[in-house]
Design a protein around this ligand. Structure first.
Ligand code: FAD
Length: 353
């Protein structure tokens, strides 16, 4: 068995101040989870009257710093090098660790993305800090400055509050898509400390020859998501889901078993182990409403559920329900929306003269 680390508690937690957030970026663009982290960090910093520091690593840090500042942070700590264009665990971790050890933050938040999880665990080990993974609620106690990191547990049936009283920084990763992106503000007062760094080639270990972009479906930004579940009865019925989604300029979501069965690709999966969505309208077609699915769509503004079972669990989370066979309802609904659009949506007629 691997040895456990008997990490020493910090002697003076009061020496650790301010909130750090790590800003995930790809190809020189801040990703939505990074903006969500700024929102959470800002809220905590305001509550305890401390500063929000954003940590940015990459090849175009100076450009991204302007955008980060416009969401309202106090300090940007950046490390920039052409060798950091793509996420590389070892050099990224080393640079972030340096910032943490130098600045001694009280709290450090990282998005629970693939790269974020990779980074958080390494930093937690090297700083002997520990990390609460995949939080869905994050707060801070004003008097003690103890982080209240909440994460679902026991198959999402309970919420565990995890406190880290003796070690610093108090680290947590936050589930993407749960927290709102903050409003933009005047970012001119944000202090920028961006260093050009030389990356130790020994840390790069692997040479990346090529990146092939996978056509990923981003459900998180969609205003309408129409999701299919096992109640569709067969993979071909996803065509009906797609037609309704297209008619409403929406995207197609899915429950996990439909992805497991290969009825649709995994990119469409909504839920605990899929994507978290918050559309204006979520349409659940033949989905029972198990908690793991609900976790991914409960922040939707409106939910319409179609289910043959009048006692379906999903109805408890729905604003509108239709109790009927989804294979009958979907074509009828699509037809009605078409008719409505024809009657009510004005077309722009272009004149050729
Ligand atoms: C660790 C873990 C993680 C998980 N992560 C996820 C996740 O991310 N996302 C996810 O979705 N699930 C996840 N699951 C699986 C989850 O527990 C459920 O099994 C799953 O959500 C059920 O999918 P479903 O609603 O499509 O199927 P079912 O539960 O089988 O429900 C089918 C529904 O269709 C209805 N129905 C049947 N025929 C018709 C018809 N003709 N017309 C209308 N309605 C009909 C039924 O009444 C029923 O309510 C996870 C499970 C575990 C253990």
């Amino acid at each position: 068995m691997a040895g456990l680390i008997n990490a020493a508690a910090v002697e003076k937690p009061e020496d650790y101040r301010n909130i750090f957030v790590y800003l995930e970026n790809r190809n020189g663009e801040l990703q939505r989870p990074a903006l969500e982290m700024i929102g959470v960090g800002k809220r905590l910093a305001e509550k305890v009257h401390e500063k929000l520091y954003c940590v940015l690593i990459g090849s175009k840090v100076s450009e991204m710093a302007d955008e980060a500042a416009s969401y309202g942070c106090d300090v940007i700590l950046g490390a920039e090098s052409p060798d950091l264009a793509e996420f590389r665990t070892m050099p990224y971790a080393r640079l972030v660790e340096d910032f943490v050890k130098r600045e001694k933050p009280n709290i450090f938040l990282i998005p629970a993305t693939r790269n974020g999880r990779d980074l958080a665990s390494r930093i937690a080990v090297s700083c002997q800090a520990g990390v609460t993974a995949d939080c869905t609620e994050i707060d801070i106690e004003e008097d003690t400055r103890i982080l209240s990191a909440n994460r679902p547990t026991y198959g999402e049936s309970m919420l565990a509050e995890i406190l880290c009283k003796k070690h610093r920084p108090q680290m947590a990763t936050a589930r993407a898509g749960i927290f709102p992106v903050p409003e933009k503000v005047d970012g001119s007062k944000c202090e920028r400390r961006i260093e050009k760094v030389k990356v130790d080639k020994a840390l790069l270990k692997k040479e990346i020859l090529e990146f092939r972009k996978k056509e990923a479906i981003d459900l998180t930004a969609a205003k309408v998501v129409v999701s299919g579940g096992l109640g569709l009865g067969a993979p071909a019925a996803f065509k009906l889901v797609e037609k309704l989604a297209n008619e409403m300029n929406g995207v197609v979501g899915a429950s996990r078993p439909t992805a497991d069965l290969g009825w649709i690709s995994r990119d469409h999966q909504v839920g605990q182990t899929g994507q978290t969505v918050r559309p204006r309208l979520y349409v659940a077609c033949g989905i029972s409403g198990k908690i793991q699915h609900i976790m991914g769509m409960k922040n939707s503004e409106n939910v319409l559920s179609i289910n043959i079972d009048q006692n379906a669990e999903i109805f408890k989370y729905s604003d509108y329900v239709i109790v009927d066979d989804v294979n009958k309802v979907l074509p009828a609904l699509t037809e009605e929306i078409k008719k409505y659009k024809k009657a009510h949506v004005k077309k722009t007629v272009k004149s050729s003269s």
